[in-house]
Design a protein around this ligand. Sequence first.
Ligand SMILES: NC(=O)C1=CN([C@@H]2O[C@H](COP(=O)(O)OP(=O)(O)OC[C@H]3O[C@@H](n4cnc5c(N)ncnc54)[C@H](O)[C@@H]3O)[C@@H](O)[C@H]2O)[C@@H](O)CC1
Ligand SMILES: [K+]
Length: 217
Amino acid sequence: MTQLVTTEEMQELDQYTMTTIGLSEDVLIERAALAALDVLGAGAYDLSNVLVLVGLGNNGADGIALARLLHQLHIPVSLQFVGNANKAKPAVKHQLQIAEACGVPRSEKSDFKQASLIIDAIFGTGLNKDLPEGLQKMVKAANHIESTVVALDLPTGVNGTTGQIMGAALKAKTTISFGFIKAGVTENPGKKSAGQVLVKDIGIVVPEDFQFSIKEQ
Ligand SMILES: NC(=O)C1=CN([C@@H]2O[C@H](COP(=O)(O)OP(=O)(O)OC[C@H]3O[C@@H](n4cnc5c(N)ncnc54)[C@H](O)[C@@H]3O)[C@@H](O)[C@H]2O)[C@@H](O)CC1
Ligand SMILES: [K+]
């Protein structure tokens, strides 16, 4: 049986786990990164030159933590910010400080063709409007090259509740869902962008009386 969630429900469960239960945001980010590392380490991906595309919210924080874990395993990896890092959420800045202290390389502009694997950590459940035009262009260019993309939580540009494409969406080979699969990756067109969808436990706690809006399937 699989329980699907809307993005609003996932945000509510994230908040409950942090605020009521008391698991810190850092713990959840680290667990998300470890869960992704688990998937990448299983052997199905070319890890010879990994590029992590990082957004300004917690999806980006997951990506930075993953880059650090890869770097510590001596896997060639670099981080590229999408947007102005100075405007990033505090969790992103914190993860960036740690990554920099560990010597994780940053690249300003990358040739997607040279990456053996692209990690999509640009947007997750926080996406609430169409991607900015510049990012839409970048996404379309990446899709054109047909690079192998692994999306963290959601492919960037897919509405996690409805599966609608918000301007443009990165086409992933695999999407690693944290906690629960978001309904949007089970409905076209989002489903097509998500590729193979996996779900990984990161320690999200569900209140006993929580009512999911989608029936378990
Ligand atoms: N505590 C948490 O909230 C956790 C979040 N996690 C990760 O964080 C993600 C959610 O993080 P966030 O809520 O920070 O959101 P995102 O990282 O998905 O997006 C970042 C922010 O961008 C802004 N935004 C939305 N649409 C935009 C657009 N079209 N153009 C420009 N800016 C836009 C919003 O303010 C949004 O909060 C999850 O998908 C998951 O990967 C996990 O680390 C587990 C814990
Ligand atoms: K993503």
